[in-house]
Write a protein that binds this ligand. Structure first.
Ligand SMILES: [Fe+2]
Length: 490
């Protein structure tokens, strides 16, 4: 895959969403239309790529843009905005004119990859931590899928330096998504170890610790490229899809990055790994027809009488997992810059919100579509994590010339949508009212690129009705980001 040059990059459909940003601002107070609720007191911190080229060279993959953290702060009905690039090794290389990537861009050539894969390792991992953020042991940490982490100041967004866990958990690749479980006061994640017997290592990090405690190690098929996981009160769940990390593929001398290690293996099924969170026992591992997913919504144990469509209550209860599912792994290639720089979003199928209902007693799984519209970047409120959620919020992806916001009632299958032409809503983050008396009492925060204005908006929606309560006009267009978290107290 040749490197694209900057004159090939501007997408008519998305405008600045995939264009580099150079400006950094601190504690700006952008103009706001509408009213930000007085009770909303906290900070949304998001992460994502902010710069896509160095000199004449452009990254091959959206996932490879330089990490830029963004801060949206709410207090006393007022709003402040900051953005700043992480000063990582990858950033320093870029400033020196060297482009180093990891996912789809390996400018150091295939030989390094070949050498390292031969020794069953991976290329030197990047510190371009542009995917997500988490708070661990009081540190605010930027994450990616390479096993490097970068700490930053949540007020100034200044880079503090590399963050290291204080353990020796093996990891060749890792999850940028960590589940923040407020009920158990721990975050849960996993790493993948390559080798003769590849394994997924599931772990927890208790609040106040930076030591990962191993919950279980599960033998991997593939191993697969896994992006996210879920917890119930009693389980950790990962979904192993047929999108595998192929070492053979990486030995191909034309390979240019980790993306070329990804291979859709038509002989495989999708396997759901349900692990007891306390004992580490693999309590179920049913398989389904092939499907791919980046993102889980949430999971819970269904203890209700006759729960589920088969009216089949069990002693321990079904394990219910909601996620957004693609029919195959073609979405990963579709995120390459060459595709995104074309005329609009590549023609790959949208993800759909589905429910997997696993019966640990029989190792059976039932799959149903909860909402037939296109949906990605799904979220539930922090309070709902691991328990029965009623509402899932996500980006509505099946409009032409816009991405909307969708709210799905997972009990009734009904949905509400908000969208405006030429406005591209990013990941919505629901924030519950502190004295909420219903599951959707609160707001949903979402950034959205207004292509016509050439400007990103911060939208505050009523979480019940999706009415826009406030719209703040940021001082520039942010390149599309990935994920963020809302912190009620920094
Ligand atoms: Fe993600």
């Amino acid at each position: 895959m040749p490197l694209a040059t900057p004159d090939t990059v501007v997408s008519d459909a998305y405008g600045p969403g995939f264009r580099s940003l150079s400006s950094e601002v601190h504690n700006r107070r952008p103009p706001v239309e509408g009213t930000i609720p007085d009770w909303l007191s906290g900070t949304l911190i998001r992460n994502g790529p902010g710069r896509f080229e160095v000199g004449d060279t452009r990254v091959n993959h959206w996932f490879d843009g330089l990490a830029m953290v963004r801060r949206y702060d709410f207090a006393d009905g007022e709003f402040r905005y900051s953005n700043r690039f992480l000063r990582t090794g990858a950033y320093a290389d870029a400033m020196d004119g060297r482009l180093t990537g990891q996912f789809g861009t390996d400018t150091r050539g295939w030989r390094r990859l070949l050498d390292t894969v031969r020794s069953l390792g991976l290329p030197e991992p990047t510190d371009n931590t542009n995917v997500h953020v988490v708070r661990i042991d009081g540190e605010y940490v930027a994450l990616t899928e390479a096993p490097r982490r970068v700490a930053f100041d949540p007020e100034t967004l200044e880079t503090r330096g590399e963050f290291a866990f204080e353990d020796d958990l093996p990891e060749h690749s890792t999850a940028a998504h960590l589940v923040d479980d407020p009920a158990r006061e721990e975050v849960v994640g996993f790493s993948t170890q390559f080798g003769r017997t590849p394994q997924y290592h599931l772990y927890r990090v208790p609040r106040g610790s930076r030591h990962r405690e191993r919950i279980a190690s599960v033998e991997a098929n593939g191993p697969a490229y896994i992006h996210d996981c879920s917890v119930t009160t009693d389980h950790v769940i990962v979904v192993e899809t047929p999108l595998v990390l192929s070492v053979l593929q990486a030995l191909n001398p034309f390979s240019e990055g980790a993306m070329d290690m990804l291979q859709w293996d038509t002989d495989r099924e999708t396997r759901i790994l349900v692990v007891d969170r306390d004992t580490g026992e693999l309590v179920a591992d049913p398989t389904l027809d092939p499907a791919f997913c980046f993102h889980h919504v949430n999971a819970f144990v269904d203890d209700s009488e006759g729960g589920g469509p088969r009216d089949r209550p069990t002693a321990s209860g079904d394990v219910v997992l909601d996620l957004v599912e693609f029919p195959d792994g073609s979405i990963v290639d579709a995120m390459s810059m060459a595709e995104l720089d074309g005329d609009g979003f590549p023609a790959v199928p949208d993800a759909r919100l589905v429910r997997y209902r696993v019966d640990p007693a029989t190792n059976a799984v039932d799959r149903s579509v909860l909402y037939p519209g296109g949906m990605e970047l799904p979220r539930v409120t922090r309070e709902a994590i691991g328990g029965r959620h009623r509402y899932a919020y996500g980006q509505a992806t099946d409009r032409d010339g816009a991405n909307g916001l969708v709210k799905v009632d997972c009990e009734t299958g009904t949905a509400r949508e908000w969208w405006e032409q030429s406005v591209y809503v990013e990941e919505p983050v629901p924030v519950r009212h502190p004295d909420a008396d219903s599951a959707d009492d609160g707001v949903v925060l979402a950034t959205a690129l207004d292509v016509d204005r050439g400007q990103t908006l911060l939208l505050v929606f009523d979480a019940a009705t999706l009415a826009v309560q406030a719209r703040a006009f940021l001082p520039h267009a942010e390149p599309f980001g990935f994920h963020g978290r809302y912190f009620a107290d920094l």
